[in-house]
Design a protein around this ligand. Structure first.
Ligand code: EPU
Length: 292
């Protein structure tokens, strides 16, 4: 990869990724780049495409499990100023992909801008949230999206409508496109009312989920009409361990990484959960987290 030198696009060589993910597990990236702005990102993606080097975008690391042998390519973080900008404009909010979701959601609620409060307690960045249509029982991000800015798979910037993004339950059709920012359209309500809803949703989430442990949130998506947590729980798997990885006693769709856990432990536990649920319920669980 002769074209990429230390310092180009803010790149460093051979960087540990564990500290950048919520699981706190996994190996190193051959490169970790921090492009300055969308144009710089576009150049990096075009060069990587031309030379066949795989690229991953790392948001808040809230939904990613990095394998123990790491990622032999370029990991990109959109953590420079241009990607973190948030501009309030009446009922619209323009947010960079690298902006943290939680402060943004809280800020909208405090300003009396309603629509995002259902995302209370969901970690990660705006880009990550858009990519997987983050949300829960109280709504997902897609309901507020007016446009999404991406660098397309050919390295060119484009603006997409929600229909083009193809939002569905915990997924989109974005594929290899890289989200750089979005315009959200919210609605006016009384700040106290919106903020009260936000607090209530967050309370419910904290009560049901092991938010203080090392985990990546829900590991599996819910199968149509059912709940992965319920299926795993009723298969008797709460507390099951593989090495340092265990099924949370609080919410069975969470895998917690205890001291000494490895990514391989988590992957073994995922396989065991899948097999047991398949055998007992005849249901095939699909991963919500991204395994690199
Ligand atoms: N349940 C159990 N045992 C468990 C967990 C859940 O029996 O260990 C039962 C509950 O009693 C309830 C049903 O399963 O009857 C659903 O559980 P819950 O309300 O906790 O919601 P969920 O479907 O498991 C979804 C999202 C969460 C989101 C919550 C709340 C998915 C895969 N999960 O969980 O999102 O926080 O709703 O809005 O869509 C995430 O995506 O990372 C995530 C945590």
């Amino acid at each position: 990869m002769g074209w990429l030198e230390e310092g180009d696009h803010g790149a460093d060589r051979d960087v540990p990724l564990a500290g950048l993910t919520w699981f706190g597990l996994g190996g190193r990236a051959r490169w970790l780049a921090h492009p300055a702005d969308p144009a710089d990102l576009g150049r990096l993606l075009q060069q990587a495409l031309a030379s066949g080097i795989p690229v991953k975008i790392l948001g808040g690391g809230a939904n990613v499990l990095v394998r123990d042998d790491g990622f032999d390519g370029i990991v990109v973080r959109l953590d420079q100023g241009a990607f973190r900008r948030v501009v309030f404009d009446g009922e619209r909010v323009h947010a960079g992909a690298g902006a943290d979701l939680m402060p943004l959601v809280r800020d909208c609620c405090r300003r009396g801008l309603a629509g995002l409060e259902g995302l209370a307690g969901i970690p990660g960045t705006v880009g990550g949230a858009l990519h997987m249509n983050a949300g829960g029982r109280f709504g997902d991000i897609s309901r507020c999206v007016e446009t999404v800015d991406v660098i397309d798979t050919d390295g060119q910037p484009r603006q997409l409508s929600p229909a083009e993004v193809g939002f569905a339950y915990r997924r989109t059709n974005l594929g290899g496109r890289t989200v750089t920012g979005t315009t959200l359209r919210l609605s006016r309500d009384h700040p106290n009312t919106v903020y009260a809803r936000f607090r209530e949703y967050w309370r419910i989430k904290k009560e049901a989920q092991p938010l203080a442990d090392h985990s990546a949130g829900c590991v599996f998506t819910n199968p149509p009409g059912d709940s992965a947590g319920r299926l795993i729980d009723s298969a008797g798997l709460k507390g099951t361990r593989c090495g340092g990885a265990r099924v949370s006693d609080r919410h069975a769709n969470f895998i917690v990484a205890d001291e000494g856990a490895t990514a391989t432990d988590v992957l073994r536990l995922i396989e065991r959960i899948r097999q047991t649920v398949r055998r007992q319920h005849g249901t095939e669980l699909e991963l919500e987290i991204d395994v690199w």
